[in-house]
Design a protein around this ligand. Sequence first.
Ligand code: AKG
Length: 171
Amino acid sequence: MIPGLSIVPSFVSEAEERALIELIGWSRDRAPHSQRNRIDRYCTDKIPEPFARLCDRLIDLGLVSMRPPSISVNEYRKGQGIVFHVDTPQSGDVISILGLHSDAVMLFMRGWTGGDPSRGCAEFSLPFPRRALVQIQGECRRLPWLHAIPPVTEDRISIVFRGVLNVRPAL
Ligand SMILES: O=C(O)CCC(=O)C(=O)O
């Protein structure tokens, strides 16, 4: 495992997963997006109650030090993924990602090594089962580390909690 990378299996139950998918409004009749996955964003005062409860669970389990102020929902159709990237500094020190609806893989690469950046040159491959929570912080949160989701083999959703700052000791 890369330093700073961790996974919590079964962060939500199967019943909770079903309720979250219903809330997100997974709609099979929505026109498929050809390249990019669909993204919805929520900020501090407009976070739906079920997402707020997940934030409380993150705190109760000691996984974050504060309520994540920003939540994004990614909706991937079969064949869609997200290319290698590093999240912006505004995304905070800890990124927490809950995978729903299908299993996936998360790839990690240390800087560009040439070749197709969307697949193929990963140095570390993390199986990311549905209902698990992946946390990216510390070393793997920063360049030169990049992460990606290769094209998914089944429709998938992820809920991404951002904006959490590590509490630093006062000087
Ligand atoms: O969907 C995922 O599991 C990863 C999402 C991600 O890396 C991002 O939104 O920046």
